[in-house]
Design a protein around this ligand. Structure first.
Ligand code: SF4
Length: 182
């Protein structure tokens, strides 16, 4: 039987969910013996590959890079897991939504101009600094999501429970319903 092709991705989040993933400790060794980790911030692969079986996606959709990356992940992945509260609800990443329309400009102005001690200027650069979206969105508002793993961050025990289900060949999606591991 082919080894499962697993990925993790990091959009608009703090990387805390990935820190929790690393807290799987010795289970990571067991996992490495059974699956291929084909894309993740913890390995050196630049391009999200085709034919991924399961991907855990951390973070909300905050900027144009996040948006393009999420659509690519969805096209190339069988089972997409919304990984952590930022992915599930927007959470901390979406606080700026409360500022209403124009919040992206206000946030940049506050961070890079009003509170800058040296060289105040907005970060710009085609292909270098991605444009902020006007509204931060959870993953399921952008693409279909197959399973939810809430928590800020989700505990290693609950990540393990999801992965054990994957390893056992059990579906993360039951009769069109999304599973919630929380
Ligand atoms: S859910 Fe919590 S730990 Fe995960 S990326 Fe968001 S803020 Fe960080």
């Amino acid at each position: 039987m082919d080894r499962l092709r697993i990925a993790t991705a990091w959009l608009g989040g703090c990387s805390g969910c990935h820190m929790s993933f690393l807290d799987l400790d010795e289970f990571l060794i067991e996992l490495a013996g059974k699956v291929d980790l084909v894309y993740s911030p913890v390995i050196d692969v630049k391009e999200y590959p085709e034919g991924v079986d399961v991907c855990l996606v951390e973070g909300a959709v905050c900027n144009r890079d996040n948006l393009e990356q999420l659509h690519k992940i969805r096209r190339r992945t069988k089972v997409l897991v919304s990984f952590g509260d930022c992915a599930v609800t927007g959470n901390v990443s979406a606080i700026r939504n409360q500022l209403g329309p124009g919040n992206a400009g206000n946030v940049l102005q506050c961070a890079y101009i009003d509170n800058a001690e040296n060289n105040p200027r907005l970060p710009r650069g085609e292909g270098i600094v991605p444009e902020l979206l006007e509204r931060v969105r959870p993953l399921h508002e952008v693409v279909p999501v197959d399973a939810y793993l809430p928590g800020c961050p989700p505990s290693a025990e609950r990540i393990k429970a999801l992965l054990e289900r994957v390893l056992a060949g059990l579906p993360l999606q039951l009769e069109g319903e999304q599973l919630k591991f929380g």
